[in-house]
Design a protein around this ligand. Sequence first.
Ligand SMILES: *Cc1c(COP(=O)(O)O)cnc(C)c1O
Length: 408
Amino acid sequence: MNSRPNGRPFFFAPGPTNIPDRILGAMNKPTMDFLAPEFLAIHGRVHEGIKKVLKTKQHLFIYAANGHGAWEAALANTLTPDDKVLSLESGYFSSNWATMAQELGLVVETLPADWRKGVGQDAMVKRLKADTTGEIKAVLVAHNETATGVSTPLSEVRQALDEAKHKAMLFADTISSLGSFDFQMDKWGVDIVVGGSQKGLMMTTGLSFTGVSDRALEVSKQVKTRRSYWNWADMLTREPQKFPGTTPVHMFFGLDESIAMLEAEGLDAVFRRHRRYANATRAAITHWGGGATSDATVSEAGIKGEIKALELVCTNPKRMSDSVSAVFTPDGHDANALRSLAQNRFNLTLGGGLGPLNGRVFRIGHMGDLNEPMLLGALATLELAFTSAKVPHYAGGVDAAIKSLLDA
Ligand SMILES: *Cc1c(COP(=O)(O)O)cnc(C)c1O
């Protein structure tokens, strides 16, 4: 909890994100019977609205669960123990999804990558071509690796599968990309997309969903992984609430409003806004670090090499995330101490470094409900925190961000 009584807290963690007053207001309503026609209309609208955000005409299942629930639903409904899946390594979230697959009895092969860059398309093609017997049943990708701010273009993964003439299903985790940058389930031939309510969709945590292709739904009829709560076959028999138990009606009120807001702004405009803020944030970071880019690499085992200045974790210019920027502090400067200071003295919440990046990285979430004053306020406060915590930096990062916003 924020202990400072004055002013609004500035929340810049990359999920959950700021919940707009409009959405909070939409949830501030008496309870409604989830079978009442008035609610069923909202329920139906939310289903159609999410499908539009996913850009799909295929199937959708919504769960009363956070993203981890949808992760499990995706795997348990479409794969059988001992099936092989290929996980494209990108960082903490890709590894955790892979670990879950292992726990469900699947055989996981990781296609390794420097966490600062992600897996290259050539490596995908090479591995898929080598699988001449079609052992790999699914390819798991974090569209946006929230731990590092590195995105993996799904169109490239699709191309790699096509070029290798490989029939594996394509699974995409879009929890931190949906509603922030482009995602097209049907066009990119994604079989399962995993999404959650609390990031680009600006809602509370607690609803997640999977978009499911015709093919994946067909496959799900044959699989042998044990499942109960997540079982699509069971969900399909449950009209109209579609999942076991009570429907969390207030979350549907909220999501209905969130979808209305995204539709009113227009998804393309939403994406452009995220790109502008991401570019401004990156301009500030580059300025603070004097343009430094070290050769250090990152893997599960840790960071290899020296980092002498503030710099972006992502070093792949084509894959910089429009929803989150992960930033190294220079060697010898504790990123968690900086975050605590920003939080306790200045009311600014930042994300921490995950896994091997703990203590070495802080993350700025620039997704969801933001405007220029919020972004510039956060960047200015960050510069204040650098000075207070004696983190070496070049002053003037905010000017660089302003310039970037003006140029765009
Ligand atoms: C946040 C996040 C998750 C986990 O979602 P929860 O709702 O916390 O379970 C998974 N994958 C990615 C890419 C995320 O950003």
